[in-house]
Write a protein that binds this ligand. Structure first.
Ligand code: ATP
Ligand code: MG
Length: 388
């Protein structure tokens, strides 16, 4: 067997645990689809992209010969037309649980050597989320339920990924939306999960209730209209038993807020991201059988969310400034700042950290992410170069 110096994993044993041939594990390592997680842990590994039978971002922990799998969070498919999608996805069951879809970033938490660790969706250990989560979750839960992984949304303005002010959160907070068993990946029922979260004092995403399939499309439409007005994102519709796959549905306003943010940096955002958000508007407008007046408002909202930020970007670059994304984080331990910086750099981001500013027993650090590609492209256009 070939030797991979940077990986200490016992390939034979890992293969047995994952029920895969050792040659397959060796191949995953060779193709860099099974990698070391960074940071202080040299026995935590991460699957990059799709590994066989495993969700994206799955993590493998090697406890010196015995293994543990921390599965990635499964993708949630989207309803474009609420009525038909509910009928098709949930026809076998009588009712669905409707929970708020919060707009932050996905984090899963486990207890490891008497400390909580937070993984991002891609399976990286995020030093910032890891520090923060110690304040949000009671460790007792993990001692008493060592076989459960907690999944939740980190939301609020002070984070590097998605800054939202609409939740009345000053800095950052964690909202549980899922719990799964490590061994099988099986999810706890909505009620059981909510009960447990409540028992340990965890924040959770809002539950709008359990709705009969017949009434669900109309009731969810009402919920979506209300959430939209508040700038919230949308809902996730779940089988109360968590056997069938959940589906998501979102508000036009949140969709447009995404576009608004994305078009500021028009040259770095994936085209699928932009296109899918435009298509959603078409389907929602159709399903809601809007009046001409409502339709005009939607057109206005959509159009402005695309054009305004682009025009702003062009003006900014023309004025000799550089467009950038600014946000701040808050930490207790100064060491986390440097760990986090190197983490972002390893992810390939170009970031500038200002000097930490002391606030009480914490430090606040302002960070600027430079969007080089959009700056360069805009400058080139202003200098008369052709698009391609
Ligand atoms: P994109 O936004 O580009 O489609 P994404 O990976 O962020 O990609 P989402 O569309 O946001 O996927 O939908 C899934 C995500 O929604 C989950 O990963 C989770 O972080 C988040 N989420 C928020 N609230 C809930 C909830 N109540 N139940 C399940 N997931 C939730
Ligand atoms: Mg999201």
């Amino acid at each position: 067997m070939k030797y991979y110096p940077e990986i200490k994993l016992d390939i034979e044993k890992a293969a047995e645990f994952l029920e895969l041939p050792p040659s397959r594990i060796a191949e995953l390592i060779e193709k860099r689809k099974l990698q070391h997680n960074w940071d202080d842990f040299d026995n935590i590994y991460r699957f990059e992209g799709h590994a066989p039978h495993l969700e994206d971002g799955t993590v493998l922990i090697d406890h010196h010969g015995s293994f543990e799998l921390i599965r990635g969070f499964p993708k949630i498919k989207r309803a474009m037309l609420l009525g038909p999608a509910l009928k098709k996805s949930f026809s076998e069951i009588g009712s669905v649980a409707v929970e708020e879809k919060m707009n932050g970033y996905n984090v899963r938490v486990i207890d490891y050597n008497r400390k909580l660790i937070a993984f991002t969706r891609s399976g990286h250990i995020c030093p910032y989320s890891t520090e923060r989560v110690q304040n949000f979750l009671e460790r007792d839960f993990f001692k008493e339920h060592a076989d459960i992984i907690v999944y939740g949304e980190m939301a609020g303005p002070e984070n590097p990924y998605v800054q939202k002010y609409v939740y009345d959160i000053e800095s950052l907070d964690f909202f549980v939306f899922d719990m799964r068993y490590k061994t099988t990946g099986e999810a706890l029922s909505v009620n059981r999960r909510r009960e447990l979260a409540e028992q340990y004092g965890f924040n959770q995403v809002r539950l709008f209730g359990e709705l009969g399939i017949g009434e669900a499309p109309e009731k969810i439409t009402e919920i979506i209209r209300e959430l939209g007005k508040k700038g919230h994102e949308g809902v996730v519709i779940k089988d109360p038993e968590m056997v069938l796959q959940p589906i998501k549905y979102t508000c036009s306003e949140s969709n447009c807020a995404d576009l608004n943010q994305a078009f500021r940096f028009y040259n770095e955002t994936g085209r699928d991201y932009l296109f899918s958000r435009v298509v959603r508007e078409g389907f929602q407008s159709y399903e809601w059988a809007e009046s001409e007046d409502e339709f005009q408002k939607r057109c206005q909202r959509l159009g402005e969310s695309i054009l305004r930020p682009m025009k702003e970007t062009i003006k900014t670059v023309q004025n000799g400034e550089r467009i950038s994304d600014s946000f701040q984080i808050r930490v207790r331990d100064k060491k986390v700042i440097y760990k986090f910086k190197s983490y972002l750099e390893r992810l390939g981001l170009y970031v500038m950290f200002e000097m930490p500013e002391r606030q009480g027993n914490e430090y606040v650090i302002k960070i600027r992410k430079i969007n080089k590609s959009t700056n360069d492209k805009t400058l080139a256009m202003l200098e008369g170069q052709l698009w391609s």
